[in-house]
Ligand binder design. Structure first.
Ligand SMILES: *Cc1c(COP(=O)(O)O)cnc(C)c1O
Length: 394
C-alpha cells in the first residue's frame, strides 16, 4: 500500500543492518513498546521484570548497562536509578516498612542520614547510627526490627575502612540484609557481593560517568526476590532513566580501568607527600598505614581511587577561603570522579553523632582528576604553603 505523506512521515523506512557491525553502544529510546498481537499486549505482564513492556522500565541500552554492572559486581541482577541517592532511597524504601529500622554508619554520605531523619522517620521507619569501625560488634546492635545494615567504605570524607566481611557475617547469621555504598572503590577495586554483602550500590555519577556530566545510580544483587521487589518499587514510583545517560555510562566504564589506575597512583603518591607539609595535621587516605581500617583496605580492596582528605592545622583556617580562590588547576566543588581535579572544604564536627570527630582544623576533600600531576602538585603545594602563617617556622 502506498502511504500518503502524513502517514509516511510517522513510519520509519526499513533499512538494512546487514554488514553493520559497530563497537559503539546503540542508544535505544522508547516510551511505547509495540506488540505483535492483541494477545501479546494482553499478556505483557507475563514478560516479567526483565522483559520489555514500557520504555520507563528499560530499553536494550538500559539492559546493557545493567548486564555490564552485574558482570563487574558478580551479581545476578542490577537496576539503574536516576542518581546514587535515588538508588539508596529506593533500596531503603523497598526493604523497610513502618516499624522497621536500618543501621547506618556515622560516616555515611550525608544525604543518607538526611533521608533517614527527614523522610523515613516521619513515616515510622527508624534508624540508628553505628561506629564505622564496629566490625562484628554490629551483631549486638541488631534488634527485632532491624531489616538492613547500610555500609559505606571508605566512609565519605573521613575515609575509615570498615570490616565489611565481619559486618556481613554478623548480619547474615541474624537474617538481616546488608548493603554497601561502593562509590569510592567502584567494582574494579572492591566487589561487595564477594565478601557477603547482599546489595552493592554505586553512584555511577562519579567514576563510571567519569566526566561530570551525568547522574545515575545502581543497585546490584544476587537475590531474585529482592530484585523483583526493587523493580516493583521503581514501577510504582514511576522511576526510570534516560538511555542516553546509560550509553554514556557504558562508555565511561570502558575507560574506567585506566582512569582509576592513574588517579589511584597519584592520590597515593600525593597522600604520602602531603603528610610532611606544615599546614597538614593529618592525611586521610586508606593507603596510609595510619588510616583507620588500613588493614581492611589492604585485605579487601585491589587498590585506591582518587578521593581522599586532609585535615588542616587549626591555625590555617583563617587564610583558607582566600587561598582556595587562588587555585589555578583544582576547581572548588563536590561530586567528584570526573576529569577535573576538585577540592571541597568541609567540616565534620557536627556531622558525627556516635563517634566524635576529634580534629579541630578544617578538612579539604580532594578528588584527583586527569590533569598533569606536576601541575596538580604545584597548585596543591602552593595552596598549603600559603596557609601557614608567616614566621610560624614550619
Ligand atoms: C555522590 C555520592 C552519592 C550520591 O550520588 P548522586 O548520584 O550524586 O546522587 C552517594 N554516595 C557517595 C559515596 C557519593 O560520593
Amino acid at each position: 500500500m502506498m502511504m500518503r505523506d502524513l502517514t509516511q512521515v510517522v513510519h520509519h523506512p526499513q533499512v538494512s543492518e546487514q554488514g553493520f557491525a559497530s563497537l559503539a553502544v546503540p542508544v535505544y529510546r522508547a516510551s511505547t513498546i509495540i506488540f505483535d498481537s492483541a494477545q501479546a499486549y494482553a499478556d505483557r505482564k507475563d514478560r516479567g521484570p526483565d522483559g520489555y513492556s514500557y520504555g520507563l522500565h528499560g530499553t536494550p541500552t538500559t539492559k546493557m548497562l545493567e548486564a555490564q554492572l552485574s558482570a563487574l559486581e558478580q551479581a545476578d541482577h542490577s537496576v539503574i536509578l536516576p542518581s546514587g541517592q535515588a538508588a539508596i532511597a529506593i533500596l531503603f524504601l523497598t526493604i523497610c516498612q513502618a516499624g522497621d529500622e536500618v543501621l547506618i554508619p556515622d560516616n555515611a554520605y550525608p544525604a543518607v542520614r538526611g533521608f533517614c531523619e527527614d523522610y523515613m522517620a516521619p513515616r515510622g521507619i527508624g534508624h540508628r547510627i553505628y561506629d564505622p569501625m564496629i566490625g562484628a560488634g554490629i551483631g549486638d546492635m541488631i534488634g527485632p526490627s532491624t531489616r538492613l545494615i547500610w555500609t559505606e567504605s571508605p566512609g565519605s570524607t573521613s575515609m575509615e575502612v570498615g570490616d565489611l566481611p565481619a559486618i556481613a557475617g554478623a548480619a547474615r547469621v541474624r537474617g538481616v540484609l546488608t548493603g554497601c555504598d561502593n562509590t569510592w572503590a567502584t567494582p574494579l577495586l572492591f566487589k561487595p557481593l564477594t565478601i557477603g554483602i547482599d546489595v552493592a550500590m554505586e553512584a555511577l555519577t562519579k567514576y563510571v560517568g567519569g566526566h561530570s556530566d551525568l547522574l545515575l545510580g545502581s543497585l546490584s544483587l544476587r537475590d531474585r526476590s529482592w530484585y523483583e521487589r526493587i523493580r516493583s518499587t521503581m514501577r510504582m514510583l514511576g522511576i526510570g532513566v534516560s538511555p542516553e545517560d546509560c550509553a554514556l555510562a557504558l562508555r565511561g566504564i570502558e575507560t574506567m580501568g585506566v582512569r582509576i589506575g592513574h588517579i589511584g597512583r597519584i592520590s597515593t603518591d600525593f597522600a604520602h607527600r602531603l603528610q610532611s607539609m606544615p599546614a597538614v595535621a593529618k592525611v586521610l587516605h586508606p593507603a596510609l598505614p595510619d588510616c583507620s581500617g588500613h588493614d581492611h583496605w589492604k585485605r579487601d580492596f585491589a587498590g585506591a581511587s582518587g578521593v581522599f582528605s586532609i585535615v588542616l592545622e587549626p591555625g590555617c583556617d583563617g587564610a583558607l577561603d582566600t587561598a582556595l580562590g587562588d587555585l589555578r588547576v583544582f576547581a572548588i566543588g563536590a561530586s567528584w570522579g570526573g576529569s577535573r581535579s576538585l577540592i571541597a572544604p568541609m567540616s565534620l564536627d557536627r556531622a558525627r553523632t556516635v563517634t566524635p570527630w576529634l580534629h579541630e582544623g578544617r578538612l579539604l576533600r580532594i578528588s584527583i582528576g586527569l590533569e598533569d600531576p606536576a601541575d596538580l602538585w604545584d597548585d596543591l603545594s602552593r595552596l598549603l604553603t600559603s596557609l601557614v602563617p608567616a614566621g610560624s617556622g614550619g
